[in-house]
Design a protein around this ligand. Structure first.
Ligand SMILES: [Zn+2]
Length: 410
């Protein structure tokens, strides 16, 4: 049986019929609809000879035994956000099924090939993303916090997991799944506008952005909006406003796709008749290079101090959250470039703004790479999410070529 990328598109359409409605995909993890998607996957893999196993974190694995225990992994996620798109996550899995069929038809592969559908990538119901992959990677360290998470109906996460055969306390035992992993491949829709703006169907992902999240609190003096002359004001919002605009310079100077966002400013007293006394400003900065990310943060703090002096304010800084950039494997990136160039004529390397399961696998030390396929209008997490049919088919071919090249290397 040779590779049939059109079949993948047909199966994606079938899955959309089965698990979506007029508002979009409804495959939220730990629900009946998600189980239906897993059952659908089970039926599609049947006949390849791959053996199914659900691990302690709820990840669904299909293993095609090879001559060696060493394993090539291909992964994605069947779960979606509520009212999600028809491709996010499941393109990766169903393209992986097609690759698995092609490999199985050629007889015993030189190494073991495994397809994984990670449990709860989106974190849509309980607000915790990358559940299954972080358990398998051994990086899940928030089990205490997870125990207290509840969904909108007040159902606790451990209870929801139990209904689907997962014991939260035992989830980290899923780590054994990565023991023989020699490489991990993931295809995903870009979910952004870069490839479309370049007119390219496919790209190779260099890694996932590191993130620095901060809170800047500006302190001025509340004063009457009518009686306080303009030159006598200590307006906390003026500092926040200057910093918000200066982020454009900071991102431009960093280059390399740097992004900085001032996503929220809360002003007090927050009434129309008073100068702002305090402004709490949230900042999100992202870059693929750890040193550049650190210098972006330093630049923002320096600028804040300068604006505080100019506006006669004080400013406090506090880190809210951070994550290191994750760089994918250079050898696999080179193979992915070859694969993409062979099927699409040209390749492009780009970072990923969103996190993916691949980041967790990479963090666990497994050589990893991702392929992106163009997203129309850069839209995702909405029913408007779409990719041209011919690009979807090319993406299946590229994943297959990449899997072949990786198998030859292992
Ligand atoms: Zn996804």
């Amino acid at each position: 049986m040779s590779l049939d990328p059109a079949r993948t598109v047909a199966e994606l359409e079938e899955l959309r019929e089965l698990t979506g409605d007029e508002d979009g995909a409804q495959r939220v993890a730990w629900t009946e609809t998600w189980e239906a998607a897993r059952e659908f996957l089970r039926a599609k893999v049947a006949g390849t000879g791959a053996v199914e196993e659900i691990d302690q974190a709820g990840n669904q694995w299909f293993t095609l035994r090879g001559a060696s225990e060493q394993a090539l992994l291909i992964g994605g996620h069947m779960d979606s956000v509520p009212n999600g798109g028809w491709l996010d996550g499941c393109l990766n899995v169903l393209a992986g099924v097609e690759v698995l069929r092609r490999i199985a038809a050629e007889g015993e592969p030189p190494v073991t090939v495994r397809l994984v559908s990670w449990a709860d990538e989106e974190g849509a119901r309980f607000g915790r993303s990358l559940f299954g992959s972080s358990a398998a990677a051994g990086s899940m360290r928030d089990q205490e916090e997870l125990r207290s998470l509840r969904d909108r109906d007040g159902i606790a996460l451990p209870d929801a997991l139990r209904e689907h055969g997962v014991d939260l306390d035992g989830a980290l035992a899923a780590r054994s799944q990565l023991e023989n992993a020699a490489a991990y491949l993931e295809l995903h829709i870009e979910q952004g506008p870069v490839l479309e703006s370049l007119g390219l169907p496919l790209g190779v992902v260099l890694g996932t952005f590191g993130v620095e999240r901060s809170r800047f609190t500006w302190h001025g003096q509340a004063a009457h909006a009518g009686s306080t002359p303009m030159d006598r004001r200590r307006d906390a919002l003026a500092g926040a406003a200057k910093l918000a605009l200066d982020l454009r310079r900071i991102a431009a100077e960093a280059g390399g796709g740097a992004v900085c966002t001032s996503g929220g400013v809360v002003c007090k007293p927050g009434i129309v008749t008073s100068v702002v006394e305090t402004a709490e400003q949230l900042l999100d900065q992202r870059h693929l290079d750890a040193a550049t990310l650190a210098s972006m943060l330093a630049a923002a703090r320096e600028a804040a101090d300068r604006f505080a002096a100019e506006e006669d304010l004080t400013v406090d800084w506090e880190r809210i959250w951070r994550i290191e950039p994750i760089l994918f494997d250079e050898t696999l990136i080179a193979l992915a470039d070859e694969a993409v160039t062979e099927v699409a004529g040209a390749s492009h390397r780009l970072p990923s703004g969103p996190l993916h399961d691949a980041a967790e696998v990479s963090r666990a030390g497994v050589p990893t790479v991702m392929l992106f396929v163009q997203s129309l209008r850069g839209l995702s997490h909405t029913k408007l999410e779409d990719t041209k049919r011919e690009h979807l088919e090319l993406s299946v071919r590229a994943l297959d070529r990449l899997a072949d090249k990786a198998l030859a290397r292992l």
